[in-house]
Design a protein around this ligand. Structure first.
Ligand code: OAD
Length: 247
């Protein structure tokens, strides 16, 4: 794929860049996305049964087991060239903010420093009543009932992720909006751009005058708004983009 000259120029001259990533960035590491037909998690499972506070109240065992399984999977896969390219891009740009909807920790493992995790981190757990962090030793159980919380007699451990209907972690969304509204270039990578409030960040960046680049093999509601669409897998497109900046 040829990277348009305008994209290279915009990125090379930008002082502030914000990048938003979604499940597509981790697809080439072997982690399934949510909404892709056939392979997406939400084509096999119902989000209401697994990713809501009500589901956890109803059936904590099923929810805990599903998240522990995904946490184990995330721990065993490796970051891919797309993750590494974003970590390198951070080193080249004066002010770079990586905003991710992913909970798999792969951006940090690839070396990204400033990462705003909008939806939490699947490797961590919190008390479901107090929301205080729970240390690793409580998480040895990989399946079955969630361990009791050390912080509340009636509490259970739950994954430290944001479920549908829940608020995003304190302050993180504000920081993400600030970075989006101040950036010169906004990259939207591997996300279907349908889950709010994450999807609004690209729109806010566009309204504030940022050059909007989408990287995704498929079309999304954002595609028509983007100044440039690089249609392809991020594990290929992002390294090419960096290479093109060097050429
Ligand atoms: P989705 O599964 O909704 O979208 C994944 C996007 O990645 C799609 O647009 C694909 O076309 C694209 N894609 C697939 N393979 C790709 C590749 N190799 N390179 C680049 N893009 C690729 O995932 P998200 O948009 O991340 O939230 O979903 C947002 C939120 O919905 C998730 O954080 C999760 C989910 O339900 C919660 O659980 C709260």
């Amino acid at each position: 794929m040829q990277i348009p000259g305008q994209v290279i120029h915009q990125l090379s001259s930008a002082r502030r860049v914000a990048a938003m990533t979604g499940a597509g960035v981790s697809a080439e590491s072997g982690i399934p996305t949510f909404r892709d037909a056939q392979t997406g998690l939400w084509s096999k499972f119902r989000a209401e049964d697994l990713a809501t506070p009500e589901a956890f109240q109803r059936d904590p065992e099923t929810v805990w087991t599903w998240y522990r399984h995904r946490a184990e999977q995330a721990a065993t896969v490796e970051p891919n060239p797309g993750h590494f390219a974003l970590a390198q891009l951070e080193q080249r740009v004066e002010h770079f903010t990586l905003i991710t909807q992913n909970v798999d920790g792969l951006h940090r493992r690839a070396g990204s420093q400033r990462v705003l995790e909008l939806h939490g981190d699947i490797s961590r757990a919190i008390c479901h009543i107090t929301r205080r962090p729970v240390t690793e030793k409580y998480l040895v159980e990989t399946a079955g009932s969630p361990p009791p919380s050390p912080h509340h007699p009636a509490g259970l451990c739950r994954p430290d992720v944001v479920w549908f209907g829940e608020m995003l972690p304190d302050g993180v969304l504000d920081q993400a909006f600030e970075a989006s509204q101040q950036c010169d270039v906004f990259l939207s990578i591997g996300t279907s751009s349908v889950v709010e409030p994450a999807a609004s960040l690209a729109v806010a960046a566009h309204r504030a005058g940022a050059f909007l680049i989408e990287i995704n093999p498929g079309e999304t509601p954002l595609s028509s708004l983007a100044d440039a669409v690089l249609a392809g897998p991020s594990g290929t497109v992002l390294p090419r983009l960096l290479q093109a900046m060097d050429d």
